[in-house]
Structure formats: structure tokens, C-alpha cells
Design a protein around this ligand. Structure first.
Ligand code: XUL
Ligand code: CO
Length: 436
């Protein structure tokens, strides 16, 4: 190994204190007929792990990375080598990237595509040799100054055309590498002020762009799942794909719903003022839960901090939704997470992924047991029992109307409510998490 010197991470059980060992992630463990490894399809994010240097608005990069002694295409090749070493060390089966994470831009789009082709060829070979798969790829249409006014929602038609060329190429890459999904995160698809914005045209254009992508995927035989990744703000003030509900309404309005699912990110949910589990539930009950970006924000900071996920309430309630969804299908659990600026040693990358994987494994165990025991299902069934009989059943079956309901209400039957028992339910959740 040229970049990572640790032997593959192994499972040492819950009492281990080794930062480079799993205490809970044990893919062959089975609860309630489900195998942990089938529900926990982990993926490493190329951008945070191999390209981020730790710079922030106040300071330069801090990360110590063996591959950073190179530049240009040599750097791209070194990162690729480091990436497949890390996947093997962690035993992770998937990864994700933006086109510009893996190969540098050239002076022209032609040259950029040539750089990309060369790395994608090498990547394909690495994937074959290792068995590691591409969970999803996407196009970076937010970093370069040409995207200053947006990408598919830019006021400049030349930018729209450039983006079409870029996504066309990205779909060809997806097809070549057998990507399971293709993601649209609307990097700069939003606006700052209505004083210079044609909101209707921008949203119509975004839908036109997505239809073109769907058509081209069909034309080249790419059969991965299209995903939209909602986010309410950052970098723009008003992102068009605000949250799961907004993105689903957009897909419905523009006739795209059958072609897409959602890639939901924990920190994006909290930026939108939701819990992660709320976003997953909203998508799940509409059959739109596709994949997740696993990370967490900081409740004391108002921005997308993309920390590695360690909050067990969130991982448990996320896995609860994922198991009730019967897994994520083509989707997976992508660590869209970065080590803190002060965690600059290369081994921190390993410890961070181990922490995230273990946190989701704990979440999986607690959730699988909760579902096996039907803890919340029984509570919920009892709570809504009034809709399974009498007047409630008539409402649900469409047999009631305002007149029949008025007659029922006027009959004088007393209304009796019962407690929601939230505190007891939270303590039950604690018990399940503590007993994994
Ligand atoms: C940004 C974000 C992206 C997407 C991929 O907040 O989450 O990294 O996941 O473009
Ligand atoms: Co993300």
C-alpha cells in the first residue's frame, strides 16, 4: 500500500477500545431475518475524503495527505490509488464522486473530457480488480466561475448548454462504470433576490434539463436510478429543491416523478428545519426514498458542517425508516462527511469512517429490534384505532360526508382523547439503543 498502512479494519466487538476496529459493524449479523450488511451499503465520498484540504474562510488547508505531493493528472492518479486503498482498508463496497473530483479541468471542455476519460478508464480497472462499485456519480456545476448565476437555472443560455454537455458526459461515465444511481444536487440552482430573477423560467428550465437527462439515459441504456438531493440553502439563499416535499412537488408538477427518487442528507434536513427522520418518512410513504447522504450538522452552528454521523438517535431513527422501506434498493449510505480541520492526520480518515459505520450499525441493531418487537407499530395502531371501526372506518372508506358527520357529531357522543405518551416512548427508544 502506498498511502494507507493499516491492515483491513476488523470487527472486535463492543468492548474494544481500538479506534481502528469495528465495535458494532458486523455485516453478517442477522436480526428479524435481515442481514446487517444488506441494509448498510456504505459509500466513501471522493470529494471530502480525497480532495478536501481543510481550508475554511479564515485559513488555508491543514490536511496531511500523502498524495498531495503531486499535481495535475499525477495528483488525480495518486488520489485514485489512495481511494481504492482506503476502500479496501475499510471494507466499504461503494463510492461516489463529482466529475471534477476525479480529474482536473483542462483549458477547454474537450481537454477536460480527455482528462476525465483517462481517469475513468483507470477507475474502471480498479473497480473490476477490487469489486468496489459506484453508488452514484454527479456533475460539479457550482465551483467554476461560469456557474456564478446557476447551472440549468442560469440566466445565461450558454451556461445551460455547457451544463447539458457536462451531464451528457457524466451519464456516459455512469453507464461505463455501472453506477447504481445518478444524483442531481442543485449546487447553485436557486436565487439570491427576486429583483433580478425569473423564477418561473428558471424552474421550467431545470425541469427541461432533467427531462433531457432522462431521455439521454434511456438513449444510451443507462439503467441507474435518478436521484434529487434536496437542500434548502447554501450556496444560494433560496435553493429550488428545498426539502423532500418541495422536490417531490417539483417532480410531480413537471411529469418527472416516475423517473426520480430522493437522495436525502441529514445535515440538509436540519438546515431545512426538519429532523432527518422526518425527511426519510416523507419520502418513504410516497415510495420516493432512494438513498442517503450520511452526516450530521452542529445544532449550535447554522450551516452545513458535514460532520461524520455519531448521533445515535438520528442513526437509529434513520435506520428505522430504511428498514421499513425494506432497504434502499439501488441506493446506499454515502458518507457525505468530512473530518474536522484539526483532524488533519491521514489516519483520522479511517477513524472517522469507522465511527460513522459503527454509529449506523448501532442504529441498525436498535431499529431492527424495535421493528421485530413491533414497538412503535403497536403504539401507532392503537392510537389510530378509531379509524378502523364505526364512524372512523366510514371516513377512511369514503362513505362519510359533511352531512353524515354532522349528524354523528350532533348525536352528543362525548369525545374522549387519550395520552400520546411521548416521554414513555422516548425512554423505550433509549432502552433499545442501550441494549444493542
Ligand atoms: C452539498 C452536497 C453535495 C452533494 C453532491 O451540500 O451535499 O456534496 O451530495 O453534489
Ligand atoms: Co450531499
Amino acid at each position: 500500500m502506498a498511502y494507507f498502512s493499516r491492515t483491513p479494519i476488523s470487527y472486535e466487538g463492543r468492548d474494544s477500545r481500538n479506534p481502528y476496529a469495528f465495535k458494532h459493524y458486523n455485516p453478517n449479523e442477522v436480526i428479524g431475518g435481515r442481514r446487517m450488511g444488506d441494509d448498510l451499503k456504505f459509500s466513501v465520498a471522493y470529494w471530502h475524503t480525497f480532495t478536501a484540504n481543510g481550508s475554511d474562510p479564515f485559513g488555508v488547508g491543514t490536511m496531511q495527505r500523502g498524495w498531495d505531493r503531486f499535481s495535475g493528472m499525477d495528483l488525480a492518479k495518486a488520489r485514485l490509488e489512495a481511494a481504492f486503498e482506503l476502500f479496501a482498508t475499510l471494507g466499504v463496497g461503494y463510492f461516489c464522486f463529482h466529475d471534477r473530483d476525479i480529474a482536473p479541468e483542462g483549458d477547454t471542455l474537450k481537454e477536460t473530457n480527455r482528462n476525465l476519460d483517462e481517469i475513468v478508464g483507470l477507475m474502471e480497472k480498479n473497480m473490476k480488480d477490487s469489486g468496489v462499485k459506484l453508488l452514484w456519480n454527479t456533475a460539479n456545476m457550482f465551483t467554476h466561475p461560469r456557474f456564478v448565476h446557476g447551472a440549468a437555472t442560469s440566466c445565461n443560455a450558454d451556461v445551460f448548454a455547457y451544463c447539458a454537455a457536462q451531464v451528457k458526459k457524466a451519464l456516459e461515465t455512469a453507464k461505463q462504470l455501472g453506477a447504481q444511481n445518478y444524483v442531481f444536487w442543485g449546487g447553485r440552482e436557486g436565487y439570491e433576490t427576486l429583483l433580478n430573477t425569473d423564477l418561473k423560467l428558471e424552474q421550467d428550465n431545470l425541469a427541461r434539463f432533467m427531462h433531457m437527462a432522462v431521455d439521454y439515459a434511456r438513449e444510451i441504456g443507462f439503467d441507474g436510478q435518478f436521484l434529487i438531493e434536496p437542500k434548502p440553502k447554501e450556496p444560494t439563499k433560496h435553493q429550488y429543491d428545498f426539502d423532500a416535499a418541495t422536490a417531490m412537488a417539483f417532480l410531480q408538477q413537471y411529469g418527472l416523478k416516475d423517473h426520480f427518487k430522493l437522495n436525502l442528507e441529514a445535515n440538509h434536513a436540519t438546515l431545512a428545519g426538519h429532523t432527518f427522520e422526518h425527511e426519510l418518512r416523507v419520502a418513504r410513504v410516497s415510495g420516493m426514498l432512494g438513498s442517503i447522504d450520511a452526516n450530521q450538522g452542529d445544532p449550535l452552528l447554522g450551516w452545513d458542517t458535514d460532520e461524520f454521523p455519531t448521533d445515535l438517535y438520528t442513526t437509529t431513527l434513520a435506520m428505522y425508516e430504511i428498514i421499513l422501506n425494506d432497504g434502499l434498493g439501488k441506493g446506499g449510505i454515502n458518507f457525505d462527511a468530512k473530518v474536522r480541520r484539526a483532524s488533519f492526520e491521514q489516519d483520522d480518515l479511517i477513524a472517522a469512517h469507522v465511527a460513522g459505520m459503527d454509529s449506523f450499525a448501532i442504529g441498525w441493531k436498535a431499529a431492527a429490534k424495535l421493528i421485530e418487537d413491533q414497538v412503535f407499530e403497536n403504539v401507532i395502531a392503537e392510537r389510530y384505532r378509531s379509524f378502523t371501526e364505526g364512524i372512523g372506518r366510514e371516513i377512511v372508506e369514503g362513505k362519510a360526508d359533511f352531512k353524515s358527520l354532522e349528524a354523528y357529531a350532533l348525536s352528543g357522543k362525548p369525545i374522549v382523547n387519550v395520552s400520546g405518551k411521548q416521554e414513555w416512548l422516548r425512554s423505550l427508544l433509549n432502552q433499545y439503543i442501550l441494549s444493542v
